[in-house]
Ligand binder design. Structure first.
Ligand code: PEP
Ligand code: MN
Length: 263
């Protein structure tokens, strides 16, 4: 169902009027994790200034270590919803379990399925059974074919509003946190009719690479760019090394706006 052979036209995912996949470049920005109302509000205000309507933020965090911050859970979703309503932003947030899909419907505008859950088939089926856009991230070590099949799980249950997200894959290279598989973008766009987002934060794990990788993503045809923004990354409870602070975010956006025209 996700194949271009089944449907030649691009799928455009409409999130409260913001369209991903119609040829216009979109941005999904926000903190790694929701930490407080104040933190989310500050980031939301910065997004508004840049005309961005899609705010990300993790309430349920799938951390490598069980001793690391696991997220605020439902409280985090409530904060996202509150700030989203106050500022007119749409909320993108990761849901970890099939049981929480139903609960999330009242709080999020896009359900994110994280890299670690790309082949959690029960979660994919649950996401496929609701009427809510899904942002599906590529697994840490998933082939493009496996990634496409994960999207097929969702669509085969009836939910066709899927955004694919390339977020880097595990390779032998240690200079970056993951290896951004930039050629996955045109391959996914050729093989499927779904929109593609590139997450420059989790793929690189390096602040100095966010801008060049975002430029590459735009040049190669990504429909949207995702990156993390935190008011004070030094004290962030997760991904503190690679989140942009607010002035860095503004300069990132200004540079890309200039670059996008030239490309
Ligand atoms: C995230 O986007 O918050 C995240 C945890 O990313 P990934 O699933 O790609 O590691
Ligand atoms: Mn993160």
């Amino acid at each position: 169902l996700v194949s271009r052979k089944k449907k030649a036209e691009d799928t455009v995912v409409d999130i409260n009027g913001t369209k991903i996949g119609n040829g216009e470049l979109q941005f999904v920005m926000g903190p790694c994790a929701v930490e407080s109302y104040e933190q989310v509000k500050q980031v939301g205000l910065a997004l508004k200034e840049q005309g961005i309507t899609l705010m990300r933020g993790g309430a349920f965090k799938p951390r490598t270590s069980p001793y690391d911050f696991q997220g605020l859970g439902l409280e985090g979703l409530k904060i996202l919803r509150q700030v989203g309503d106050e500022l007119g932003l749409s909320i993108v947030s990761e849901i970890l379990t099939p049981q929480d899909i139903e609960l999330s419907l009242d709080y999020v505008d896009v359900i994110q399925i994280g890299a670690r859950n790309m082949q959690n088939f029960e979660l994919l089926k649950a996401a496929g059974s609701v009427d809510k856009p899904i942002l599906l991230k590529r697994g840490l070590a998933a082939t493009i074919e496996e990634f496409i099949n994960a999207a097929e799980y969702i669509m085969s249950r009836g939910n066709g509003n899927i955004i694919l997200c390339e977020r880097g894959i595990r390779t032998y290279e240690r200079a970056t946190r993951n290896t951004l598989d930039i050629s996955a973008v045109p391959i996914l766009k050729k093989e499927t009719h779904l929109p593609v987002v590139v997450d420059v934060t989790h793929s690189t794990g390096r602040k100095d690479l966010l801008l060049p990788c975002a430029k590459a993503a735009i040049a190669i045809g990504a429909d949207a760019v995702m990156a993390e923004v935190h008011p004070d990354p030094a004290v962030a409870l997760s991904d503190s090394a690679q989140q942009m602070d607010i002035p860095e975010f503004h300069s990132f956006m200004e540079t890309l706006k200039g670059a996008a025209v030239k490309l």
